[in-house]
Design a protein around this ligand. Structure first.
Ligand code: ATP
Ligand code: MG
Length: 139
């Protein structure tokens, strides 16, 4: 990663409205670029941010938080994206992760598409408590 990237910190964006999604997207592109990711990888991350941010706006009761963190493991540079909210949660995660499952007339590829775009993907959700998606991209 570039020397200047060592000062990079975690960024948190509160996402409740559609305009917040574009702020999160911009922040993701800037962080990916600062860490030395290729343009193609930066856009993969930005697309994942858009999908998870859209789910926060349209499926979460009070929106949620997108957090972007540089990962500086020994010999390895990466970036972690976390989308979290406080409800309503997803009762059937296996079903939600299927291509074509949509509640809002979308393509239903937000969650499975995000899993394909990122190197690592974990989702946990409890009905009535909330949903948390953690995804990572490695340089
Ligand atoms: N943060 C969330 N809170 C509650 N339910 C969610 C959340 N994110 C996704 N879901 C549920 O998982 C389903 C699948 O999400 P996914 O993003 O794949 O599709 P979609 O949002 O319905 O359609 P698309 O993203 O293609 O517009 C949603 O229809 C919704 O029921
Ligand atoms: Mg979606």
């Amino acid at each position: 990663m570039p020397d200047s990237a060592h000062k990079l910190r975690q960024i948190e964006i509160v996402v409740t409205r559609e305009v917040d999604i574009s702020h999160a997207r911009q922040a993701a592109l800037a962080l990916a670029q600062a860490l030395g990711f290729s343009r193609a990888a930066a856009y993969r991350l930005a697309t994942a941010v858009s999908e998870l941010g859209t789910n926060l706006v349209f499926h979460a009761t009070h929106g949620g938080i997108i957090s972007l963190s540089p990962l500086d493991a020994p010999g390895r540079v990466g970036l972690e994206l976390v989308a979290s909210d406080d409800g309503p949660g997803i009762a059937d995660i296996d079903h939600a992760m299927c291509d074509g499952v949509s509640e809002n007339g979308g393509l239903g590829s937000g969650l499975p598409g995000t899993r394909r775009l990122m190197d690592e993907f974990e989702i946990s959700s409890s009905p009535g408590i909330g949903t948390r998606v953690v995804a990572r991209l490695w340089l």
